[in-house]
Ligand binder design. Structure first.
Ligand SMILES: *Cc1c(COP(=O)(O)O)cnc(C)c1O
Length: 521
């Protein structure tokens, strides 16, 4: 027998067994409040969802000693039961297709359905990385064409397409820098990372074996140029700068920084994950960048989240281009070819090696190129302008209730940054974030960047309408006022979610990742 379905939401109760009051006026969607058990708890392992005929021949006679002797232990559910289970679970997820996704530094933007249509075309979806080159000329053509777009948009002469995400691209760039330094017999030890850099920057440098040194931020949230130039000694291999930075600001001194770094014989790595704020307006090549990754899965749509998929091509300056990883696609008289170790010497390169087994993320390439071709160069410029406009609309609409630490540093780029100053004693950014779940929104990025106390980083993206922005602003304004007023019900939020507040420390330190059957009686 199947266990009874345990679906059904239970409201938060106080010690007296009364439903907890929630004082705000709700402005957003309601979260879906299904409590779905594990599939093992719904379907017993002793039942089956399908009727199979009895077999005449015992399995062992055909399978020999490969026949399974123990129970497989899978729950026996019918097709509708299975479909309903996963559909219910999917409804507990918040998704960009359900509503605005304000995560700053993540660029969760709408993925046009045209991208999906093209990515599913058999000629792209069904190619195998080991297919003979003459049979995959179209796929190589996509990679080549996309690479040309990326070089043009960034003003950089070379690009490595194979890195599979932003952080992977950072590693690729740092490895190319190391190869270039070693090639001139000048191995250096230190990578400088400003405080306004993304956390992956120092992590990448450390992973590649460099000592990481912090460069402070100015009170207006930008790299301290004087502190940086003072630190440029001959042991510095590179400076890694996120631009626009994690405070949502454009690094106005970038050109001066790059000149100083080059004068000291070091390289400039730019974290370009936030490129969506400046596409069509600024070419990183003009700013003196030597290597920069581009998050196709942020800047050029393509869905991401939950660990993948991603794609992080890295553009290179002339100085680093010879060290770019293999393979890369080149155009020949009769089509496209892959440059690999065997034919590398003919191309006058000294590649540092490779980042992946094959050419990169084909599914992301087709989506990104579709996005570029459907928008055109002018369309892409408008995308970034609208993203910046939307973020500034949020910043200016909320700065009267939420502390906006860099509101005087000029317009923000694609994301608006707030802090927790002004909240009632005992109220935190976490409480506000949980309150946003009750409003039907995914919370914004919190406690990042570290330079702002109780930071909240909001990135609406260009794909939200004014009506959607106003609804989000209304919800955030209402929850912020509760945090300022010290509304106790916020401390126990979320009230309208499948789960109450989780013990995050326990979840991080002792995650229970597998289901074990209860001990037999
Ligand atoms: C997202 C992001 C990264 C990391 O990219 P992944 O694809 O998640 O590895 C690095 N830097 C910045 C500024 C980012 O926003």
């Amino acid at each position: 027998m199947n266990a009874p379905n345990k679906s059904g939401w239970k409201p938060a109760m106080n010690a007296e067994g009364e439903m907890m009051a929630v004082s705000a006026t709700y402005t957003g969607n309601r979260a879906l409040m299904l409590d779905e058990p594990l599939i093992f708890e719904i379907g017993g392992t002793d039942t089956t969802g399908v009727d199979l005929p009895d077999i005449d021949t015992p399995a062992s006679s055909r399978l020999g000693n490969l026949a399974r002797t123990a129970e497989i232990g899978l729950p026996g559910l019918s097709e509708p039961e299975t479909v309903r289970h996963y559909t219910r679970l999917s409804r507990q997820n918040y998704a960009i297709d359900l509503g605005l996704f304000p995560l700053g530094s993540c660029t969760m933007k709408h993925n046009p359905r045209l991208n999906e249509k093209v990515a599913r075309m058999p000629g792209f979806a069904d190619v195998h990385p080991l297919a003979p080159l003459p049979t995959i000329q179209g796929a190589l053509g996509v990679i080549y064409e996309l690479a040309e777009w990326l070089k043009t948009l960034t003003g950089m002469p070379a690009v490595a397409m194979s890195p599979k995400a932003g952080a992977h691209g950072e590693l690729c760039g740092i490895l190319a820098i190391r190869a270039a330094l070693e090639a001139r017999g000048d191995a250096r030890k230190v990578v400088l990372c400003p405080e306004s850099a993304h956390g992956t920057n120092p992590a990448t440098a450390a992973f590649a074996g460099y000592e990481v040194e912090d460069i402070p931020a100015t009170p207006e949230g930008r790299v301290d140029l004087a502190a940086l130039t003072a630190r440029l000694r001959p042991d510095v291999a590179a400076v890694m700068i996120t631009n626009p930075n994690t405070c949502g600001l454009f690094e106005r001194d970038f050109r001066k920084i790059a000149d100083a770094v080059h004068a000291a014989g070091a390289f400039v790595y730019c974290d370009g994950a936030n490129f969506n704020a400046i596409v069509g307006r600024v070419r990183p090549g003009d700013l003196g960048v030597d290597a920069m990754h581009i998050n196709l899965h942020k800047t050029f749509s393509t869905p991401h989240g939950g660990g993948g998929p991603g794609s992080g091509p890295v553009v290179f300056s002339q100085a680093l281009a010879p060290f770019a990883p293999l393979p890369f696609v080149e155009r020949t008289e009769d089509g496209f070819m892959l440059v690999e170790e065997e034919n590398l010497a003919d191309h006058h390169r000294h590649s540092f090696g490779r980042m992946t087994a094959f050419h990169g993320q084909m599914g992301m390439f087709t989506r990104a190129l579709t996005y570029m071709l459907s928008h055109g160069a002018d369309g892409l410029k408008q995308v970034s302008e609208d993203a910046v406009l939307n973020a500034n609309y949020i910043l200016r609409s909320l700065e009267d209730v939420l502390h906006a630490p860099f509101a005087d540093s000029g317009p923000c780029m694609h994301e608006a940054l707030f802090g927790d100053r002004g909240f009632a004693e005992g109220m935190s950014t976490l409480d506000l974030a949980k309150g946003m779940i009750d409003e039907g929104f995914h919370p914004m990025t919190m406690y990042f960047p570290l330079v702002v106390h109780g930071a909240m980083l909001v990135e609406p993206t260009e794909t939200e309408s004014k009506a959607a922005l106003d609804q989000f602003i209304g919800a955030l304004r209402s929850v912020a006022k509760r945090a300022i007023a010290g509304d106790e019900s916020l401390k126990s939020a979320p009230h309208f979610a499948p789960r109450r507040r989780l013990d995050e420390t326990l979840a991080a330190r002792k995650p229970v990742l597998a289901w074990n059957s209860p001990p037999q009686a």
